[in-house]
Write a protein of this length. Structure first.
Length: 195
């Protein structure tokens, strides 16, 4: 008997629903951990990537062209979700920590000019129900050939970018934006304010 990935995901999510109740963040992280462990390398096909053989004979993958969402984003972000979302930060005397903000990014389809694009997701994974504002990221000399709404993400100075115009990102909230550059910028949380 064979199972398709959607049916396995449905069964697992129902089992996880009994264990975790209505906590969507715990469900999301646990489902992705299960899929990663169950399918191993086959996870690329589950999430919409098509295999392609490069000119050097190595297998490469590309996002599926029919999808509106970035198919490859899960491949780069699932490692972050499975590690950071399942690690409980040290909360002695603290309501939230920088580890509650998860930043993930992955390549998406290039611009018509050929410049690569990247989609960034910034998520508040706080398990104590805290809203987090004043989110600053280390971002180097971040720049983009594609315009980004400065209310979502902007570079203030070298290695200091502000998220959500400094306003609170609610628990479970996600901000998403795309940027275009010849390379991706490493983005990491530098400071936050807990509420």
């Amino acid at each position: 008997m064979t199972f398709s990935s959607p049916s396995i995901t449905t069964v697992v999510s129902k089992i996880i629903g009994v264990v975790f109740g209505d906590d969507p963040l715990a469900r999301y992280a646990t489902i992705h951990v299960f899929i990663f462990l169950w399918f191993g390398q086959r996870r690329r096909w589950i999430h919409g990537l098509e295999p392609r053989i490069s000119s050097r004979g190595r297998e490469r993958h590309r996002p599926c062209p029919t999808s509106q969402a970035p198919c490859s984003l899960w491949l780069s972000s699932h490692y972050v979700l499975t590690t950071k979302a399942t690690e409980e930060p040290n909360r002695i005397g603290e309501k939230c920590t920088g580890a509650d903000i998860v930043v993930s990014q992955g390549p998406t389809a290039p611009l018509s000019s050929g410049i690569p694009t990247y989609t960034v997701q910034i998520m508040n994974m706080c398990s104590t129900g805290c809203d987090i504002s004043g989110i600053h990221l280390n971002c180097g000399w971040f720049s983009s050939a594609r315009l980004i709404d400065p209310k979502i993400f902007k570079r203030l100075r070298y290695n200091d970018c502000l998220v959500n115009d400094g306003k609170p990102l609610v628990t479970g909230g996600t901000l998403t934006f795309q940027y275009a550059n010849t390379f991706s910028y490493p983005l990491a949380v530098s400071s936050i304010v807990c509420h």
